[in-house]
Every structure is written in structure tokens, then in C-alpha cells.
Write a protein that binds this ligand. Structure first.
Ligand SMILES: [Fe+2]
Length: 288
């Protein structure tokens, strides 16, 4: 059978697709170069969400993003879940598929939360094995996202940057660098996010995320319910300089604002990305 995935080029700054904006997108209310689709929202049967996605896909390139694979779990890989993602991929031909460096299920129970992992050898090997299984099914390489974490483990014996880099190289996959998650973790766990960025293998960085967080004073929460914070924009500027041309998208999941607000954030991300390429004003299409 034809592999369901064939990674394709995507360029510039895009948006996470959210249902309140279906109408604006179908009306072409702004020039949006691509959309990130949360595949789990379309994974159960037909109906209105898939009808909307059909229309959206006719007009926009999409990438798939998932939250339910539980890559970091010690359980056997959920083959039925992956089958559903692959069926959707055959239908909608996303440019690529990303998931999180986290776990969401254990013993057959789903916790509906991206739970953190200890940064240790056994976890690296678990992830390398499971990413390999997924990529065998995809027939392509996938992207993995650095997750926000609110706890740290005594068992960790490497930094998060070392951990992520090991998984990327040994599993031969790509990174979806969530700049907000990096900033949140750097504040919550007191490390330098610039050291983290400079420690990543540049050839593995294939996409970035921007989102808002809640600031509770002595800790931050990756809440996706507000505009991207200024320190995250500053960190993104450095990431865009280190990883030029890498596509970025803005995520907003709670209290989703009007389309124009998201578009303004998207355009700001696009301007920050192009800062290093003032001559052309264009971003090179990028495929992992
Ligand atoms: Fe993200």
C-alpha cells in the first residue's frame, strides 16, 4: 500500500485551525498560508467537523498535530488510534504529522493531559522505539514537540535539551519546537532557554509553535488562552535566527478570540521570521 504520508513543503507563519474561524477561513478573510489541524478533533466518524475540514482542505495546505498517541507511555503503542490518524491522513494529505514528547495514557486509561517524562536513558530508549514504530507505519518521519512540564524528576540525569536532542538523532525524527513551552519550562525549572536553543541540532527543527501562557508569579502555565507574551516573542526572534525559514504557527485554545486577533499574531510571527531575510521578503518552503 502507498505510504499514507509524504512530507511536503510548508512556508511561512500559519494558524492552528479552530472551529470559530471556519467561516472566516472559507470566506478567505485573510491570507493564511497553511493551517495546523488537531487530528484528534476529526478522528471519530463523519459529520459536520469533517465536512468543514473537507472545505478547508480544498483551500489551504494543512499539517496534522496529535495529542492522543501517548508516545512516552510504556504501554504497547495504540495501533487502533494510529490507524485512525492514518485514515485521516490518506483523506486529507497533511504536509506532516506531529505529536508530543509526553504520555497521556497508562494501563489502557487515558488521562487527557500531556504528562511529563523523566530525562533519563530508559525514557530516551522508550521514545526511540515508539517513534520508530510510528514512522514505520507512516512511511515517513514524524515531528515530536517539546512539552510544558510542571514537575521535575530526581531520576533525570540529563537536561531537557540533551534529552530532546538524543531522541531526535536516535529516532531520526524532527522537532516541533514550541517556543512558549520552552519559555514556560525555563522559568519554572530555572534554566537558560538560549542555552537550550543553541544545544538543539538545527537540521532537526522542522516547525515551531507560539502560544500564550498564564503568569502566576512564581510559576507559568502553558494555557493557550491569551496573546503570545513579549518575552516569548523575544525568544522566538532568536529561534528564527538560529533556524531560518522554519514554519511557525500560532496556537490559541481557550477563550478563542476573533479571527483578526489570530491573524495579527500570525503576521507578527511572519515578520519576525523574515527578519533574517530582508532581501527577498519571502520564506523558503520548508519540508522536514
Ligand atoms: Fe505546542
Amino acid at each position: 500500500m502507498t505510504p499514507p504520508f509524504k512530507n511536503r513543503p510548508i512556508a511561512g507563519a500559519g494558524l492552528g485551525l479552530r472551529s470559530p474561524h471556519y467561516g472566516d477561513l472559507m470566506a478567505g478573510a485573510a491570507d493564511v498560508p497553511w493551517l495546523e489541524v488537531l487530528a484528534d478533533n476529526y478522528a471519530h466518524g463523519d459529520g459536520l467537523p469533517l465536512w468543514h475540514l473537507e472545505g478547508i482542505r480544498e483551500r489551504y495546505p494543512v499539517v496534522f498535530h496529535g495529542v492522543g498517541l501517548s508516545l512516552g507511555s510504556a504501554d504497547p503503542l495504540d495501533s487502533a488510534y494510529l490507524d485512525t490518524i492514518l485514515d485521516l491522513a490518506r483523506r486529507f494529505e497533511p504536509a506532516w504529522y506531529s505529536e508530543h514528547l509526553a504520555w497521556t495514557a497508562s494501563g489502557g486509561r487515558h488521562h487527557h493531559e500531556l504528562l511529563p517524562l523523566p530525562f533519563m536513558e530508559e525514557t530516551v530508549q522508550t521514545l526511540v522505539d515508539r517513534v520508530g514504530q510510528v514512522q514505520d507505519r507512516l512511511g515517513e518521519r514524524m515531528l515530536v514537540e517539546n512539552s510544558a512540564a510542571y514537575t521535575a524528576f530526581d531520576a533525570s540525569h540529563m537536561t531537557e535539551a540533551e534529552f530532546v536532542g538524543r531522541v531526535l538523532e536516535e529516532a531520526d525524527c524532527f522537532l516541533l519546537l514550541d517556543v512558549n513551552n520552552l519559555y514556560v519550562n525555563a522559568r519554572n525549572h530555572a534554566f537558560d532557554p538560549l542555552d537550550y536553543l543553541r544545544g538543539l541540532p538545527p537540521h532537526r527543527v522542522a516547525q515551531m509553535h507560539l502560544a500564550g501562557h498564564d503568569d502566576h508569579g512564581h510559576y507559568l502555565v502553558d494555557a493557550h488562552g491569551s496573546a503570545v507574551a513579549e518575552p516569548v516573542w523575544e525568544l522566538y526572534a532568536e529561534a528564527a535566527r538560529l533556524f531560518p525559514g522554519v514554519p511557525v504557527c500560532v496556537e490559541w485554545d481557550r477563550e478563542v478570540p476573533g479571527f483578526e486577533v489570530l491573524v495579527a499574531e500570525m503576521r507578527r510571527a511572519g515578520q519576525a521570521m523574515r527578519f533574517e531575510e530582508p532581501d527577498s521578503g519571502k520564506v523558503t518552503p520548508h519540508a522536514p
